[in-house]
Design a protein around this ligand. Structure first.
Ligand SMILES: Cc1cc2nc3c(=O)[nH]c(=O)nc-3n(C[C@H](O)[C@H](O)[C@H](O)COP(=O)(O)OP(=O)(O)OC[C@H]3O[C@@H](n4cnc5c(N)ncnc54)[C@H](O)[C@@H]3O)c2cc1C
Length: 515
């Protein structure tokens, strides 16, 4: 165990250093806090890849109520309307806060933020930075702010492997680092570990984002929510790059069209054509691929020669794959992109376990319902970080003796689960596929080996998807293609998921430990 960590005992611990984790730490200042990050601050995060921007009703023709209405429409009947109202009301102020922290948003000649338009938004309200590199610019400013804040202790290269829980409350975090195992005594932990794309064969998320925080929370007894709702982006660059570079919707917004290898514009008759809702386009592309075709984005006419200037980051990604997007067809395929589900939290980010909060993509606030409105996730993370920090600060410190732990779980490895997860809980789902994915994941989840945590989460998602016998938002069941008029948001604990399989034993906390 690393002895000098004793000095940090009692501080809140934030697991994950993407935009959600960094912002929560900054909002907590000057209260002392620890950030635990697998990589360097901001590294291996989805935040670094965010292109489009943040949605906020800043335009003269806009209003938080309009932003909320668009959010609810995208969420297909399952959003938490009160949460959507709170977040959309708070969004404009959050943009000002980010500017004060040093984020250089793209601005008009009069100094106001330049506002972009994205699919399913009824107004121009997307605030962006450095063209299509918004996430990277926000991370730059937040990392700099964190590094100059003395109350924030940063532990880079530390991977949280377990939450330590006694009598239903958090008492510590068990982590692994190159210097050995570390246990931190704390009664306040914030999960900010991002999304789950790394569980899939094709994802726009970095491999490090495979839902480890959700597995930790589930093993600690927390209730997870809306797990079955996973957004697949229709146009990721096809090929072997991990993460799969995203070819943003904005490229289609500028006139690029989807064609197969014969030149057929196969979505032309769909209402909205290439700018139909993301899940509709993703299913259309998926079906075309399943029929044995190749699918391409054709940007040669529009935006054509303007491509490199309008989309510098996408141009660089295409060039690294040996392509010139202005003159060549861009091969694309759908990829797992964003998880609407996560740790079920209340308005202050509190989970069902005492001492455990969640923020960012790992949390499920109910904002997104069955499908996320584009650019609503970064703003959710920024806004909710303030509420989480206020709740954590108000919770008071607990005991300071580091719990002594006798065994460290192995480093998690999601690669053995990717094929079963991608087959069963991909874009099109049915009973047979879900049952076969569950059979494949169950032994891995029970095994206690490196694939155990990723398999456990994949299993919980498959159970949630199997229970939802309807199609809604991003969840499409070919055997239940209609809406269920009585549908509600879903919740699932690990015990409930395992009860589905009778008396099978997957230990919630398979670590022997002495206090
Ligand atoms: C290509 C792409 C484009 C996107 N574009 C937009 C956009 O334009 N607008 C928008 O609103 N959203 C966008 N999103 C979604 C948005 O970027 C994410 O939802 C958001 O950045 C998530 O932030 P986060 O802080 O919750 O997680 P992340 O930024 O993913 O950070 C999580 C961090 O936790 C670390 N971590 C994980 N497990 C552990 C562990 N066990 N111990 C320690 N550390 C751990 C990870 O390494 C990572 O650094 C995009 C996503 C992608 C992938």
């Amino acid at each position: 165990m690393i002895e000098e960590l004793r000095a940090l005992a009692g501080r809140p611990v934030i697991i994950g250093a993407g935009i959600a984790g960094l912002m929560t730490a900054l909002r907590l200042a000057p209260e002392p806090v620890v950030i635990l990050s697998k990589a360097t601050l901001g590294g291996d995060s989805s935040s670094a890849w965010a292109q489009g921007g943040l949605a906020a009703s800043l335009g003269e023709d806009d209003d938080p109520a309009l932003h909320r209405a668009d959010t609810l429409a995208a969420g297909d009947g399952l959003c938490d309307g009160e949460m959507a109202a709170r977040i959309t009301r708070a969004a404009p102020v959050a943009i000002e806060d980010l500017s004060r922290l040093g984020v250089r948003f793209d601005r008009r000649a009069d100094g106001a933020p330049a506002l972009g338009l994205e699919a399913a938004h009824s107004r121009r309200r997307i605030v962006h930075a450095a063209g299509d590199a918004t996430g990277r610019e926000i991370l730059r400013a937040l990392v700099e702010a964190v590094r100059r804040t003395p109350s924030i202790a940063v532990l880079e290269g530390f991977e949280a492997r377990r939450l330590l829980v006694e009598d239903g409350a958090v008492v510590g975090v068990l982590a692994a680092s190159a210097r050995g195992a570390a246990s931190l005594a704390t009664t306040r932990v914030v999960i900010a570990t991002g999304g789950i794309g790394g569980l899939f064969e094709h994802s726009t998320n970095p491999d490090a984002c495979f839902g480890q925080g959700l597995a930790l929370a589930a093993r600690a007894g927390a209730v997870l929510a809306d797990l079955e709702f996973i957004q697949f982006h229709p146009t990721a660059l096809a090929g072997s790059l991990r993460p799969a570079p995203l070819i943003s919707e904005a490229v289609r917004g500028e006139g690029a069209v989807l064609v197969d290898e014969t030149g057929d514009r196969f979505l032309a008759d769909e209402p909205g054509a290439e700018l139909a809702p993301r899940d509709v386009v993703a299913r259309g592309v998926w079906r075309r691929l399943a029929d044995g075709h190749a699918v391409f984005l054709d940007a040669r006419r529009q935006p054509g020669a303007r491509f490199a200037q309008r989309f510098p980051a996408i141009t660089a990604a295409c060039r690294s794959a040996g392509l010139d997007p202005a003159t060549q067809l861009i091969p694309i395929r759908p990829a797992a992109h964003y998880h609407m589900g996560g740790v079920a939290v209340d308005a202050a980010g509190r989970s069902s376990v005492s001492g455990l909060w969640a923020c960012g993509e790992a949390a499920c606030t109910g904002l997104h319902g069955a499908n996320r409105l584009a650019s609503n996730s970064l703003i959710e993370a920024i806004v909710c970080a303030g509420w989480v920090a206020a709740s954590v600060a108000g919770a008071g410190t607990g005991r300071r003796t580091p719990p002594r732990v006798t065994s460290l779980p192995p480093a998690p490895d999601p690669s053995p689960v990717r094929s079963a997860v991608s087959r069963g809980i991909g874009i099109l789902r049915d009973e047979t596929g879900l049952a076969s994915t569950i059979s494949a994941l169950l032994p891995l989840a029970c095994g206690g080996g490196p694939a155990s945590d990723p398999a456990l989460l994949g299993l919980m998602i498959a159970v949630a998807a199997r229970r939802r016998r309807e199609s809604r938002g991003a969840h499409w069941r070919t055997d239940f293609p209609s809406h269920d008029v009585a549908a509600k948001r879903s919740t699932l604990s690990l015990d409930e998921a395992l009860a589905t399989f009778g008396s099978l034993a997957v230990s919630r906390q398979p670590i022997a430990r002495r206090a």
